[in-house]
Design a protein around this ligand. Structure first.
Ligand code: PGA
Length: 264
């Protein structure tokens, strides 16, 4: 079975609505998307309406993602955004479990599980991020950490929702300007752990879940990660915040995917 190549970026707390809409428009007109490939762009909430206007009605060639969602359908949760609000803007996907949400906003595995279940049952795709901190790595508990995040975060996911899930492995120590880029040798064993965690949770269907790598990915290293047998895509921050950077990183990543498919 060939899993799709999944590639995209999260703008984090960057870009106005006009900037995100211009990015999406330029990307959609500059890129010929290869078969068995899914692209996504995750702008801030305030950009979603403007990006939706550019993207037109679904299905979208380039998935539009949100950076978070609340688990409750509505209620007294000041500052939060519901699944229904995202669906009203034709959002395709929601990012859950990003290291910055876990670290700065103290999102727990159990809360993330509630969000995952709420998003999936409303029909949204989920990009679920896992990864160990530098400290967890130093203590030798990367495997345990990632498996815990996976087992709790995806607990109770119905097999019919599995095709809406993609997992991003992002070692926290590799993310952002202060991060240390990981090597493919660092990533490979944990990608295998995630793959076997998916098999444990979802039996044979677990083999169909795309696993993305993220953390200081750029055109120089993108192909080294996608050449790994258990890595099916890339989740990119800084390097993909210009359309040129997005396309250059995407092209480098696709070359790695082709290599790995040839070897299988
Ligand atoms: P980075 O961000 O590519 O800028 O390291 C990755 C991420 O936070 O997902």
């Amino acid at each position: 079975m060939v899993r799709p190549f999944v590639f995209g970026t999260n703008f984090k707390m960057n870009q106005t609505a006009d900037e995100s809409a211009a990015f999406y428009r330029q990307l959609a007109t500059s890129l010929q998307i290869a078969p068995a490939t899914h692209l996504f762009v995750i702008p801030p909430f305030t950009s979603l309406a403007a990006v939706n206007e550019v993207a037109g009605p679904p299905p979208h060639q380039i998935w539009v993602g949100a950076q978070n969602v609340h688990w409750a359908p509505d209620g007294a949760y000041t500052g939060e955004i519901s699944v229904g609000m995202l669906l009203a803007l034709d959002v395709d996907l929601v990012l859950l479990g990003h290291a910055e949400r876990r670290r700065y906003f103290h999102e727990t595995d159990v809360e993330l599980n509630r969000k995952v279940l709420a998003a999936l049952s409303a029909g949204l795709r989920v990009l679920f991020a896992v990864g160990e901190t530098a400290e967890e790595r130093a203590f030798g508990v990367s495997t345990e950490t990632v498996l815990r995040q996976l087992r709790i975060g995806l607990h109770g996911v119905a097999p019919e929702h599995l095709k809406k899930i993609q997992i991003a492995y992002e070692p926290v120590w590799s993310i952002g300007a202060g991060g240390t880029p990981a090597s493919p040798e660092d990533v490979e064993p944990i990608a295998k752990v995630i793959r076997s965690g998916c098999a444990e949770l979802f039996a044979a269907l677990g083999g169909e879940v795309p696993i993305l790598y993220g953390g200081s990915v750029d055109p120089s290293n993108a192909g080294t990660f996608t050449a790994l047998p258990d890595i099916d895509g890339l989740f990119v921050g800084r390097a993909a915040w210009t359309v040129e950077g997005f396309i250059a990183t995407y092209r480098a990543g696709s070359r790695g995917v082709e290599e790995s498919r040839r070897d299988q």
